[in-house]
Design a protein around this ligand. Structure first.
Ligand SMILES: Nc1nc2c(c(=O)[nH]1)N[C@H]1C(S)=C(S)[C@@H](COP(=O)(O)OP(=O)(O)OC[C@H]3O[C@@H](n4cnc5c(N)ncnc54)[C@H](O)[C@@H]3O)O[C@H]1N2
Ligand code: MOO
Length: 411
């Protein structure tokens, strides 16, 4: 371990130990998109619920010896046949409708012509038994587990839950994340900074990161660098599952957040990680009198440090709380387009542009940037290169790992 600092992996293990899925709730299906199932989903119907026609046409006994058939009935989807079909007979049937007793196949309407209202002639050889018929329970039977606990609910899973009668499935709810920016120097994006002031960019950035992660945002505004303001705003975040603070966690005189958190009853799990940017990261657990707990992340104030720490450490915790895997951004291999030297001994995450070469493999080049306050560089990045210090210097052509910030990871 470099110096006395925790490695990124050790820090992640400590966070994972504290991040258990939230308690399950029952939710209306319409609100279940994006949530994870908290229990196996069982079907209360067979699928399909009856032997069903897969084509519009005529239900027949199958391998029909005759080429002219008497039409005895018509069954549309939603109706139930009343007559059994025998040799020489057919029931006019629509896709999805139940197959009448005795029938074993469907002749598509295109392979027939009507002689008169009650007689149909086959223009192709009669189909064998089983053709264009789906058997009751062929896809799954009543009582079958159709989705297992932990499955994320997308549109297809939602449709399956609807089909199987799971109108209010048990799910893990969306975690709520309180976001608090700290600092006397901060003014709003719509204000003109006076001497010594800067605009609060971390607030909007962290709000966006929380939303992008699919969590519910509890905006807590800006706390000033004094004990009263910090204690008041942090206390307002006690209802959240996760509290994200920006700034005030390094070694400065005004870096009061860790002390205030301890006074309020939050237990520090670690402070400082061997990562660049992001070294001053603080992580703790705040247990409340009612048995709930809030995971607290004190992110460094430098914007890129906060961004990197959110992706590396907060995002996996949010996914775990929501019932998913403890996993962050997608990780891919890239080829470096230029040499890179990592200074110091911290594992370094460098904002990079990524392009596909003609063979379809990803090539990456660090963006021009001037350290952990450079949002211009970060805004041009599609990935974060993951560069362990001990492998430095890196040469052009070296294969390294990168965390993708955009779905395609190319920009
Ligand atoms: N003596 C030491 N000094 C510093 C250390 C250290 O280990 N020893 N660590 C450095 C590192 S690394 C970082 S990163 C920063 C982190 O400092 P803090 O988390 O305490 O953050 P602040 O001091 O409050 O602010 C740092 C920087 O970020 C700007 N900032 C803060 N909040 C916002 C915001 N909401 N929007 C935009 N910019 C923000 C702030 O103005 C400062 O420029 O500490 C180093 N120092
Ligand atoms: O680690 Mo700080 O986060 O270098 O800027």
């Amino acid at each position: 371990m470099p110096g006395q600092l925790l490695t990124v992996d050790a820090a992640l293990r400590l966070i994972e130990q504290q991040a258990a899925p939230l308690a399950a709730i029952a939710t209306p299906l319409e609100e279940a998109l994006g949530l994870c199932l908290a229990a196996d989903a069982v079907s209360n119907v067979d699928s399909p619920p009856h032997d069903k026609a897969m084509m519009d046409g005529y239900a027949v006994i199958g391998d029909e010896p005759l080429s002219e058939l008497a039409v005895i009935e018509e069954v549309v989807a939603g109706a139930v046949p009343t007559l059994a079909v025998a040799a020489g007979q057919a029931t006019r049937i629509m896709t999805g409708a139940p197959i009448p007793p005795g029938a074993e196949a469907v002749i598509p309407v295109e392979q027939t012509e009507l002689r008169d209202a009650d007689t149909v002639r086959l223009t192709s050889p009669a189909p064998p038994a089983g053709k264009h018929v789906m058997r009751r329970g062929e896809v799954f039977e009543r009582g079958a587990v159709v989705l297992t606990s932990g499955t994320p609910i997308g549109p297809a899973q939602l449709a399956l839950l609807a089909e199987t009668g799971n109108a209010t499935p048990a799910v893990i709810p969306t975690p709520t994340v309180g976001v608090l920016a700290t600092g006397d120097e901060l003014v709003g994006a719509d204000q003109t900074p006076a001497a010594g002031q800067i605009r609060n960019s971390n607030g909007p950035m962290l709000h966006a990161l929380v939303r992008q992660a699919g969590a519910r945002l509890l905006p807590l505004g800006v706390a000033r660098d004094n004990a009263e303001s910090l204690a008041e705003r942090i206390t307002a975040g006690a209802t959240a599952d996760v509290l994200v603070l920006s700034g005030g966690v390094s070694a400065g005189k005004r870096d009061l957040a860790p002390g205030i958190l301890a006074e309020l009853g939050a237990r520090q799990v670690f402070h400082k990680v061997s990562v660049k940017p992001g070294k001053p990261l603080w992580f703790g657990v705040w247990r409340h009198a009612d048995g709930r707990q809030t995971l607290v992340f004190g992110l460094p104030g430098n914007p890129v440090s906060g961004f990197v720490c959110f992706h590396l450490f907060v995002r996996p915790a949010l996914r775990r709380l929501a019932g998913g895997e403890f996993a962050g951004l997608p990780r891919v291999a890239v080829t470096l387009d230029q040499a890179v030297t990592v200074k110091g001994d911290r594992r370094t995450y460098l904002p990079a542009a990524v392009a596909l070469d003609p063979a379809g493999s990803r090539r990456a080049r660090p963006v021009a940037w001037r350290g952990s306050a450079d949002l211009l560089g970060l805004a041009a990045a599609a990935a974060l290169l993951d560069l362990p210090a001990e492998r430095s210097p890196y040469a052009a052509g070296d294969r390294v790992e990168a965390l993708l910030l955009t779905p395609a990871g190319v920009a």
